[in-house]
Design a protein around this ligand. Structure first.
Ligand code: HAM
Length: 422
């Protein structure tokens, strides 16, 4: 029979790395809680129209990468490629933005049919945060601060923060015209993708990795020269806040982001050590999206971080080691001894210890071998003699201490003291 394999670009997370996933999730949760953000959970599947109307029909995500299918009713559904659109949909539908401000966070798998490579997958996980209802740039600063706290609490070297402002819709329109005017002079020299984007999505040309296109872009007009007064003032205020927080940044006027909903602030955290897929976290303002999807005008700003990329950094910097997941291994011979073992394991666990009980028949030697392999600090052995005497043998596995025989009544206390001493 042919073996059934996982879908290309969709990965299993195995026990040897799952502890890193838990580590990231725990830290993010506590950072979000410390900033008064509350979790929101939305479905993985949404109406296709939601993403087409928010991310933009001409973007790579919508034009080329969505997992879209018809369900049995003939409705067009899509596996979510990102979390922001779903958050806005859920917020409008449940009245979360009605005369209220919201600080939300989410975690979950996202789906994009991209060409898989290191750091780029077809199913990947994002952890994101979104704030709704604040116009002032102090909330942009809070969002950026929160992401920087995540690096700090993980004990990793901070990625580089790149930041830009796209201005309001008018400013963007004026800039778009100026950019098209400039680039049209060099149309024949642009790479193929950029030539196509000249009519569909010219701002994305600024992202081109093509060497010749990049040289042409070096002399292109800068978006910062086209900003409206309000965006200019807010951007400069935001940079002052970041200075006050001692968060280092690089203003990158070519940073435009690949989703259409952004205005004003956009930013990316880039970690060069990751190679081609170096952006570990990205976000910005999207003040028009709530209204565009049918809600009342609500300013919004947020970010999402790519968990696989973050975990790659943790692995590279070896900041976390696998947590020892078992304290005690219980060995027993025969069914009667197994009854005592089951009872003891229950009592020890309710005292906070992590206990692995040997299940299934096997001889003492084999069980001791397994105990050693489990990385437990202590083995508890109940053989025939111990069963008769109501005792157990405590055998330290990681220290030179001698093994000792103690009464079954004293096990919880003695084991507790032993583990605390380590
Ligand atoms: P995005 O830049 O498309 O933005 O994705 C955010 C992050 O998700 C990226 O920086 C990257 O770390 C990770 N990521 C994206 N695609 C992949 C992939 N194929 N494989 C692995 N990781 C990936 C958004 O999704 C916006 N919703 C962010 C946002 C939230 N803006 C405002 N609020």
């Amino acid at each position: 029979m042919t073996q059934i394999k996982a879908i290309r670009g969709m990965n299993d997370v195995l026990p040897e790395t799952s502890y890193l996933w838990l580590y990231v999730e725990n830290i993010c949760q506590s950072v979000f809680a410390a900033h008064a953000y509350q979790q929101i959970r939305t479905p993985i599947v949404e109406s296709t129209e939601l993403f087409a109307r928010s991310i933009g029909a001409e973007t790579d995500i919508v034009a080329k990468e969505m997992y879209t299918f018809e369900d049995r009713n003939g409705d067009s559904l899509t596996l979510r490629p990102e979390g922001t659109a779903s958050c806005v949909r859920a917020g409008i539908e449940n009245g979360l933005f009605y005369n209220q401000q919201q600080r939300l966070w989410y975690i979950g798998p996202m789906f994009r049919h991209e060409r898989p490579q290191k750091g780029r997958y077809r199913q990947f996980y994002q952890i994101g945060a979104e704030a709704y209802g604040w116009k002032s740039s102090d909330i942009d600063a809070e969002i950026i601060l929160m992401s920087s706290q995540i690096w700090k609490h993980m004990g990793i070297k901070s990625p580089e923060l790149q930041i830009n402002s796209l201005g309001d819709i008018q400013a963007r329109k004026k800039y778009r015209e100026a950019l098209v005017d400039y680039l049209s002079q060099y149309e024949a020299e642009l790479d193929e993708d950029s030539r196509r984007r000249l009519t569909t999505n010219p701002l994305r040309i600024l992202d081109s990795k093509n060497q010749d296109t990049q040289e042409i872009l070096d002399k292109a007009p800068s978006i910062l020269d086209y900003l409206d007064d309000e965006s200019k003032a807010e951007f400069s205020q935001l940079l002052q806040y970041l200075d006050a927080l001692d968060i280092k940044y690089t203003v990158n006027p070519r940073l435009v982001r690949g989703l259409d909903y952004y205005n004003k602030t956009v930013f990316e955290w880039v970690y060069k050590g990751l190679g081609a897929q170096a952006t570990v976290c990205a976000g910005g303002r999207y003040d028009g999206l709530v209204e565009q999807l049918g809600g009342k005008p609500t300013p919004a700003v947020g970010f999402a971080l790519g968990m696989e990329r973050l975990i790659e950094i943790l692995k590279e910097q070896k900041t976390v080691t696998s947590e020892q997941y078992v304290d005690i291994y219980i060995i027993s011979m025969g069914n009667e001894a197994r009854q005592v073992a089951l009872r003891l394991s229950r009592d020890l666990r309710s005292n906070g210890a992590r206990v692995q009980m040997h299940c299934g028949d096997s001889n003492i030697k084999n069980q001791i071998k397994r105990a050693d392999k489990s990385n437990a600090k202590l083995a508890i052995i109940i053989g025939e003699q111990e069963l008769r005497d109501n005792t157990v043998i405590l055998k330290p596995l990681r220290t030179d201490d001698a093994q000792q025989t103690i009464s079954q009544n004293d096990v919880t206390k003695t084991v507790h003291d032993f583990l605390n001493k380590l």
